[in-house]
Unconditional design. Sequence first.
Length: 59
Amino acid sequence: MHKVESTNSYVLCHLFDQPTHSSAMFICDRCGVVKEECAEGVEDIMHTLAAKNGLRPAP
């Protein structure tokens, strides 16, 4: 189960066979449908971009 802050709702996790995973939520502005996609590696990319800009992600 994932909390979707922008819609103040919850969606069922479809990656339940992967207990620790990175995912991206795609939300349709028209109908509000939320789709989860596996996004392995996105955390590393975000950390790299943050470091390039002199920032540190919160723990």
